[in-house]
Design a protein around this ligand. Structure first.
Ligand code: ATP
Length: 221
């Protein structure tokens, strides 16, 4: 059965979610106040409607309570974003993802009961910053305020050494959860696995530990 989604607010963020979900064959209800925005998505989303999401009757009439996952991607109008989230919660939507504009907005959304609060500009900024620090850091995903997963090129410092040699877990408190080697992915590598210079390591840990790991083993001198 196709999963049903609704995307409220078709700016750059909401629009791109709507496009990708539709491209993946999901049934998406696209909703925006702005007629031009809605027209842009008529041929992309399964349903595209002009509506104000802060109007509870409109949400009821659209049958939004039958939708599995609603994404609230209203930007500047923080009040509309919070009110919409609150009403979706009251209507019993199973999963609600909301885009936050700032830290206060994020806090309130979590209190109201949003299941996922995303902060795309801030998160992308962090990812790019990590990438700028070292060309060897390929990607960065925040798991919580103080834990992350990073994808790093092994590079020369780790080349030819095993995980047990490097003692990453004891020395840095981080775990190498997978190694990408050309087309192969080694999940949960053994401690005796020898690292190649061109390997890509997926490392999980506390930010402060990952940061020491990056400084000592990843960043080239
Ligand atoms: P982005 O960065 O994703 O482009 P943004 O953060 O600048 O977006 P806005 O452009 O302020 O966000 O809002 C995104 C969309 O949400 C707009 O197209 C706007 O028309 C729509 N929107 C705002 N309020 C409502 C509402 N109450 N109901 C439905 N859509 C709304």
């Amino acid at each position: 059965m196709k999963k049903e989604f609704a995307v409220i607010g078709l700016g750059r963020f909401g629009g791109s979610i709507c496009r990708e979900l539709s491209r993946e064959g999901m049934e998406v209800l696209a909703l925006d106040l702005d007629e031009d925005k809605v027209n842009e998505y008529r041929d992309i989303a399964a349903h595209a409607v002009i509506a104000d999401s802060t109007d509870e009757n409109v949400l009821r009439e659209l049958g939004i309570r039958n939708i599995d996952h609603v994404i609230v991607a209203i930007g500047d109008n923080i009040q509309a974003s919070m009110l919409t989230t609150l009403m979706l919660k009251e209507l019993g939507i199973k999963t609600i993802t909301v885009k936050a504009q700032n830290d206060y907005h994020e806090k309130i959304l979590s209190k109201i009961g949003a299941d996922h609060v995303v902060h795309p500009e801030r998160d992308m900024g962090k990812r790019i910053a990590h990438n700028i620090i070292s060309n060897n850091i390929l990607d960065y995903i925040e798991l919580s305020d103080d834990h992350s997963v990073v994808e790093v090129k092994a590079g020369s410092k780790m080349s030819g050494r095993t995980l047990v040699d490097l003692d990453i877990r004891a020395e840095y408190g981080c775990n190498v959860v997978a190694i990408k080697r050309k087309k192969e992915v080694i999940v949960s590598p053994m401690a005796t696995e020898e690292i190649h210079e061109s390997d890509i390591l997926i490392v999980i840990g506390a930010d402060k530990d990952i940061s020491r790991f990056e400084k000592n083993l990843v960043v080239e001198d």
